[in-house]
Design a protein around this ligand. Structure first.
Ligand SMILES: Cc1cc2nc3c(=O)[nH]c(=O)nc-3n(C[C@H](O)[C@H](O)[C@H](O)COP(=O)(O)O)c2cc1C
Length: 400
C-alpha cells in the first residue's frame, strides 16, 4: 500500500522548530511528508532541515520545478494538509483564498482534510480579524485546533501556544483515519468528564478510585479531531492536555458537578466518562488524623454526593442536548447497565466491566453502548480511541 501523503505547511512563527518533532513523528509512523514552509518560516528553521528530515524536496515558491506544476499537484495528491504552526497571516490568507506562495496555492488545490494548528501572541489570536478568519475556515470544514495556554515568545504567557507536537500528531492520525473532509462535529460544543474524583478526609488522605482518565481523554481528542469545540473536565488525571481542548481541572465530585453544570449550559452533548464518587466523608479534618495509643480508629461516616448524571439528564440545559453516561460494573454487567440507564434518564450508557486489572489505566477497553431507544451496540476489545469514535458515531446522528 502507498504511504499516506501528508503536506506539512510551516508558517513563520517562533514555534516552527516544534514542527520538526511533528515531522519526525509523521515520517516514523509511515507517512510520506512533503514540507511546504513559507518564506518567513525559513527564517526560523532552514530548508536543509525540512528536506533532510522529510526525505523530500522543499520549496516555498511556485517557481521551482515548474514543469511539475507543484502549485497544483502537491495539494491535489495530498491525503492530509496540516499547517503547524499556522500564523495569523497564513490563517488570513487561507480564509481569503490568497495564493501568493506554494503553501497558500496548496491550500486552495487540496481536496483532502485540512488541519490548522495556530500559534501566536494572545492579542493576535483574540483579535476579531483572526477569530473571524478561524470561524470562516471552520465553517468550510477545516479543523482548527485551539492554541494551548502557556509560555509564549519571551516572558509572556497566555493563550496562543502551539499544542504539544505529540498531540497535534494524534489529531492528524485521527483525521487521516476517518478520511472525511467535513468533520461531523463541526460547530458543536461537547463536554467530556474524565478521571476519578478524590474526596478528602484530611489534608493528606482521600477516598478515590482507580480511573486513569484515559478513556475520557480519548473521547476529548477524537471529538476535537471531528471538529468539535471540546471542554474536558479532568479529575486528578495527570495526563497531558489534548491539543485544541479546553481543560478544566477539578478534584472532588462537588467541584466536578459545578464545572459540568457551567460548561454544559451551551453544550450540544455531555459525556460523563469520569468515575465520580457516590459518597464523601461527612467531615473533613483540618489537621492530619493521628492514631492514638490504645484507641480504635474513629469510623468514617459517609454522605451521598450529588448524582450529576441524573441531574443533567433530568434538567437538560438545552433542548435536544445529548447526554451519555458510563457504567463501570463488576458483575451482571448488562442487566445492571440497563437499570442504570433507566434510573439516570440519559440517552446512551456505555457499560463496561471493570476490575483491578481490567479497563482502569489500560490502553484498551471493550463495552456495550445501551440506548434509551432500546438499541445495543457492542464495541469489541480495542484501543480506547476506537471506543471513543464509536461513541461519537452514536452521538452525532442524535444531535438536533
Ligand atoms: C521572532 C518572531 C516571531 C514571530 N512569531 C509569530 C507567531 O508565533 N505567530 C504569528 O502569527 N506570527 C509571528 N511572527 C510574525 C510573522 O512571522 C509574520 O506575520 C510573517 O509575515 C508571517 O508570514 P507567513 O504567514 O507567510 O509565514 C513572528 C515574527 C518574528 C520576527
Amino acid at each position: 500500500m502507498d504511504k499516506p501523503k501528508v503536506v506539512l505547511g510551516v508558517s513563520g512563527g517562533i514555534a516552527a522548530y516544534k514542527a520538526c518533532e511533528l515531522l519526525r513523528r509523521l515520517t516514523e509512523s509511515g507517512h510520506d511528508v512533503r514540507v511546504v514552509p513559507t518564506a518567513s518560516a525559513l527564517h526560523f528553521v532552514g530548508a536543509a532541515t525540512w528536506s533532510a528530515l522529510s526525505g523530500n524536496p522543499v520549496s516555498t515558491e511556485v517557481w521551482d520545478d515548474v514543469h511539475e506544476v507543484p502549485h497544483v499537484r502537491i495539494g491535489q495528491h495530498a491525503d492530509l494538509v496540516i499547517v503547524a504552526p499556522a500564523t495569523a497571516d497564513t490563517l488570513a490568507k487561507a480564509a481569503h483564498g490568497l495564493a501568493d506562495d506554494l503553501l497558500t496555492n496548496t491550500l486552495l488545490t487540496a481536496r483532502c482534510p485540512v488541519v490548522f494548528a495556530p500559534a501566536m501572541h494572545t492579542e493576535m489570536w483574540e483579535h476579531p480579524a483572526t477569530q473571524e478568519n478561524v470561524a470562516t475556515l471552520r465553517r468550510r470544514g477545516a479543523v482548527v485546533i485551539e492554541p494551548a495556554v502557556g509560555r509564549l515568545t519571551g516572558v509572556d504567557t497566555g493563550k496562543g501556544r502551539l499544542p504539544d507536537p505529540a498531540e497535534i500528531f494524534e489529531v492528524c492520525r485521527r483525521v487521516l483515519a476517518r478520511g472525511v473532509t467535513e468533520p461531523d462535529l463541526k460547530g458543536r460544543h461537547v463536554v467530556v468528564s474524565a478521571g476519578g474524583t478524590r474526596e478528602p478526609l484530611d489534608p493528606v488522605r482521600f477516598l478515590g478510585n482507580r480511573s486513569s482518565g484515559k478513556q475520557g481523554y480519548a473521547l476529548a481528542r477524537t471529538a476535537a479531531a471531528r471538529g468539535a469545540r471540546v471542554t474536558l473536565i479532568a479529575a486528578n488525571t495527570g495526563l497531558p492536555d489534548p491539543a485544541g481542548v479546553d481543560v478544566v481541572p477539578v478534584g472532588t465530585a462537588v467541584q466536578l458537578r459545578e464545572a459540568v453544570l457551567k460548561a454544559s449550559s451551551d453544550a450540544d452533548a455531555v459525556v460523563m466518562a469520569a468515575a465520580v464518587a457516590d459518597f464523601r466523608p461527612a467531615t473533613y479534618a483540618a489537621g492530619k488524623i493521628k492514631k492514638k495509643d490504645g484507641e480504635d480508629p474513629e469510623p468514617i461516616v459517609l454522605v451521598r454526593n450529588p448524582d450529576i448524571l441524573a441531574e443533567i439528564s433530568t434538567d437538560r440545559a438545552r433542548p435536544g442536548q445529548v447526554i451519555v453516561g458510563f457504567a463501570a460494573e463488576t458483575d451482571d454487567v448488562l442487566a445492571n447497565g440497563r437499570k442504570k440507564l433507566e434510573r439516570k434518564g440519559c440517552d446512551l450508557l456505555v457499560v463496561n466491566e471493570v476490575g483491578e486489572r481490567k479497563t482502569f489505566g489500560s490502553e484498551e477497553n471493550e463495552a456495550v453502548v445501551l440506548g434509551a431507544d432500546g438499541s445495543e451496540t457492542p464495541i469489541p476489545h480495542g484501543p480506547k480511541e476506537a471506543l471513543a469514535e464509536t461513541v461519537w458515531d452514536l452521538v452525532a446522528p442524535r444531535l438536533g
